[in-house]
Design a binder for this molecule. Sequence first.
Ligand SMILES: *Cc1c(COP(=O)(O)O)cnc(C)c1O
Length: 335
Amino acid sequence: MAYIKLDRLAYEYNLDMIAKKAGGYNKIICVFKDNAYGHGAKLLAPIAKAKGVDFVAVKNEEEARELKTFFKNILILSHLPNSNESKDFFYALNDKNDIKKFKKNTKIHLVIDTNMHRNGIAIDEIEEVLVALEKQKLQLHGVMMHFAGSDEIDGSYFVQKQKFQLAKNKIYSLLKDKAKNLIFHSHNSEALFRSDKLEDDEYCRVGLVQFGYAYFNKNLHKVLSLWANKLSDRILKKGQSVGYGGVYSAKEDIHIATYDLGYADGLFRYNGKKEFFLPNGKKMLGKMSMDSFSCEYSGDEICVLKDANDMAKFFHTINYEILVKLSPYLKRIVI
Ligand SMILES: *Cc1c(COP(=O)(O)O)cnc(C)c1O
């Protein structure tokens, strides 16, 4: 059966590197949204917990409930307010017009728009929003922002960082003593590793870097690899073709095998045209099927993915998309 292998030591090592940069495990918010970027949230949660991480961010309440037994603090990033919020979670406030839609006493992390213009409130709206939060009796616990181009080598990172500092100053001066218990967080994976050191009042909020991918730190270890098992093998005779549409034909007799992994498992569908090499150097042959693919014979088991950058390059996308699309139905084991 095709399966995902998660490398415990690699994950622990990456968390160590993040903690070193952030100033401790208690300063890390692990982003576990979308099944921990396709890795398997429930399998990695106990490892992060054992390291001393006690704060995660997820997409919605369903994901939050799944991790509730592991973590004391869970921030929900993309909640649509419905007046039925749980007191167990923190909710990102993405739009100031939503304030009235939250249940009273809901715990809020306020999103500041520092130039990405995706979510959040502008700096000059802070004062009115703090008043509105108070009026609606929402509890402000955190303030956050997101970088639009932390992995771009331009100045936008510094511009946004500066704007967030302005927002912080404003909040400190408006809330005075009440600001003491707030936590601030802005740095995602790339931002953390390009920064010198996290400010004392900041947590980091990191996703991808946990799993071994970072442009600004090449020394991390990949956590996930994807494996498939042989369904059958044969000699494809010269002139015979394999798979749908027969797009690959053997120029001479060749030993091929078919493995139990396909695009239904969340892989991008290989169309059989440009040469595609698997991590062992063998070529995939013909179009990928829904639940299988064929390639040059590679034994009983084959590694299909160990560095998502390779597939991302081939399919003209980013490593995030390759990983996050891996089906939650795939079996996962921690080694
Ligand atoms: C996904 C996400 C992150 C994590 O980003 P990485 O680049 O994976 O570290 C952080 N904050 C928000 C708001 C996100 O949506």
